[in-house]
Design a protein around this ligand. Sequence first.
Ligand code: FMN
Ligand code: SF4
Length: 405
Amino acid sequence: MNEVRRLLPDLRSASGPASPERLAERGFDQALTKAWAMSSQAIIDEVTASGIKGRGGAAFPTGLKWSSVNKAEGQTKYVVMNADESELGTFKDRVLLEEDPLGALVGLLIAAHAVGARKAFCYIRGEYREVEQMLAKAIDTLTQLGWAGPGRIDVEIRRGAGAYIAGEETALFNSIEGKRPEPRVKPPFPTNKGLWGSPTLIQNVETLANVAILFAHDAQWFAEYGTKATAGTKLVALSGHIQRPGVYEVPFGMALADILNAPDLGGGVAGSGRLRAVLLGGAAGTFLSPDEVAQSQLDYASLGAFGASIGSGAVMVFDDTVDLQWVLTKLARFFADESCGQCVPCRIGTQRIWEIAEKGGLWTRTEDLRELGQAMRDASICGLGQTAPLALLSILDRPGLRQDV
Ligand SMILES: Cc1cc2nc3c(=O)[nH]c(=O)nc-3n(C[C@H](O)[C@H](O)[C@H](O)COP(=O)(O)O)c2cc1C
Ligand code: SF4
């Protein structure tokens, strides 16, 4: 067995994933009791010692973020669960919230308790209606048991309205505040000035679920999987030409080839059965050649050597019949559509890349594209513009992937 079942429990109790029975079965009632008996600093020390890094894409150390919000000046503080999940090829938070909504919520409550917040938001992708209902049930359970609610930690669900950019943390704050979801210039960072100008802790769903299982057990148990540098597990979302598409939980350090081929994971390349490339980390990720896939582990250092990162955990697989120019054209259109248009390098850059792609110029206008990509990376306000050219640039750096089908 290569698949791990910590975040995605193999429990099928009749009471359902949002019930008080499930809370107990998962050890989350004990996790809350344990955290409530600890000081803020002790909780933050535990999270820091676990080495948990953000699972939303940037892999920022979670304990460090909690410490910054805890130390920030401010009467009112907020915590936010980011469940906007609108990146192409990313669907792991949806599965996680469907199967274990209490996990991420327990992590959110522990986070609120640690940084001194009395108000929490769950910002959820608008299309995830069933997930939203499951989350609402789980909030009811926690409220009935006295862990959440007005007077304790009030948890409110807010639905996104279909924009990828609303997942960017400061755009998300604007959306909650009833403004256009446009990113803010940073600094100031959310840890000091987030929602309504107050210190705000924002974490991805999977990051918070990791906090819950950490407190339901301990740091030693947590580190039984993973590598020395990165303890624990990661959810990966396999899609494209893969025999068994879906979301799987795997230990950090697992060979990428095993994730694709193990019978209980990806089950092998579908379509022609011959791999052309893997796009790792979503639309703003990096294409890896079959050779690079064979040499990579799911580990920040191993992937960093190829200029790649795990991102949100999206793994898109393409067999050797796929024209990658066509794929890049689709990605270019996505970014041109989703740019909020606030800053010029991103607004014009995403549009120009799409136009060049539509005209079939991706393999010939390489110098122009490199220059455009660099300008976008250097001068865009937010992560969307800074990362939109990455997948394209990764192919320009890998001439072997460029041949026409
Ligand atoms: C365009 C864009 C979209 C994003 N969408 C998401 C998202 O849907 N979910 C998420 O957790 N983080 C998303 N992020 C990252 C967030 O800004 C933020 O870094 C993250 O929620 C922090 O949580 P973490 O430290 O637990 O990863 C997005 C970033 C950008 C630039
Ligand atoms: S980089 Fe793009 S998405 Fe981000 S603020 Fe600028 S225009 Fe908007």
